[in-house]
Design a protein around this ligand. Structure first.
Ligand SMILES: Cc1cc2nc3c(=O)[nH]c(=O)nc-3n(C[C@H](O)[C@H](O)[C@H](O)COP(=O)(O)OP(=O)(O)OC[C@H]3O[C@@H](n4cnc5c(N)ncnc54)[C@H](O)[C@@H]3O)c2cc1C
Length: 275
């Protein structure tokens, strides 16, 4: 833990510098903590909307630019509805970071297959920006991303920029046909049917809704990825963030403390892991 968090139980209250509408259901909330809150890609924060409540979110911005912390949020219920109503200058609380974050060093010299669904690309964006920062250290970053429809493709404006990095390729799809859309149609698992990745030298990192995690994992296993080569973002209901309350445990692991990005090999034999 680093940065301005002296007491991990007490949020730091900050004004929103900006609120960016990404899609009809997703917004990015920007704060500029001073001093910055340092985090690893994949670690998460507990965000408070004063008077409403607190919920966990993974920063979507670069861990190398902690002075501008971005959190991208799908409108899903009580806290996120209230958050979506906030404007620049309104106050939010932040505590964290929590969890371990991605094992970036393990990804060096490897081909990384990054698979995202819907708002799941938000936590993955922090990982992607960290990988782009050290792009010479990885062999390749192959991004497969799916959303319900073209309007819900989060960060669409950045896709060309990302694909310009040497060693990076990106393929996107939408779930069902849409007027004017000439790209891929079908679930993100369709994009995994023909993989040109070097299986012996790769990891796959997956983030999205639970049902997507399940079918992507099955597709990856079918493509002969081993469970050890698969990392799943287990973004399930969490409360304390510190492995105390027991709301998120899977076998001996606390997703909040040991994850939320878990190596599938560690958790695959426990009930309910793939829903
Ligand atoms: C470690 C972690 C990181 C996350 N990162 C992001 C992120 O970057 N962006 C983002 O948009 N969301 C993220 N989520 C999901 C986010 O925390 C939930 O959408 C949020 O807690 C919903 O709160 P609410 O009060 O708006 O909804 P509620 O009113 O509590 O619930 C609305 C619906 O959402 C379901 N729900 C509640 N909490 C979760 C949850 N944690 N996961 C899945 N479904 C839930 C409820 O069962 C209910 O059906 C993350 C979750 C975790 C655990």
């Amino acid at each position: 833990m680093a940065g301005i968090m002296e007491n991990i139980f007490a949020p730091v209250f900050l004004p929103l510098e900006d609120v960016i509408t990404e899609t009809p259901t997703i917004k990015t909330f920007v704060t500029c903590p001073d001093p910055p809150i340092h985090f690893r890609a994949g670690q998460f924060m507990q965000l408070t909307v004063p008077g409403v409540g607190e919920a966990p979110f993974t920063p979507s911005s670069s861990p190398y630019e902690p002075e501008r912390l971005e959190i991208t949020v799908l409108k899903a219920g009580t806290v996120t509805d209230a958050l979506h109503k906030l404007k620049p200058g309104d106050i939010v609380g932040l505590r964290g970071p929590f969890g371990k974050g991605y094992p970036l060093e393990k990804f060096y010299k490897k081909e990384i297959l990054v698979v995202g669904g819907g708002v799941g690309l938000a936590p993955l964006r922090a990982l992607l920006l960290a990988l782009f920062h050290d792009i010479d250290k990885v062999e390749r970053v192959s991004i497969k991303y799916g959303a319900k429809n073209p309007e819900e493709l989060v960060y669409y404006k950045f896709f060309d920029e990302w694909a310009k990095y040497k060693k990076v390729d990106m393929t996107i799809t939408i779930d069902t046909p849409h007027p004017g859309w000439e790209g891929n149609v079908g679930l993100v698992t369709e994009l995994l049917k023909v993989l040109d990745i070097n299986l012996n030298n790769s990891y796959s990192v997956v983030c999205g809704p639970e049902v997507m995690l399940k079918f992507v994992t099955l597709s990856l296993l079918n493509a002969k990825f081993t469970p050890k080569q698969i990392y799943l973002s287990m973004n399930r209901n969490m409360s304390c963030g510190m492995g105390i309350c027991g709301r998120c445990n899977v076998g001996p692991y606390y997703l909040c403390k040991d994850g939320p990005d878990m190596n599938y090999d560690l958790i695959k034999d426990f009930p309910g892991v793939l829903g």
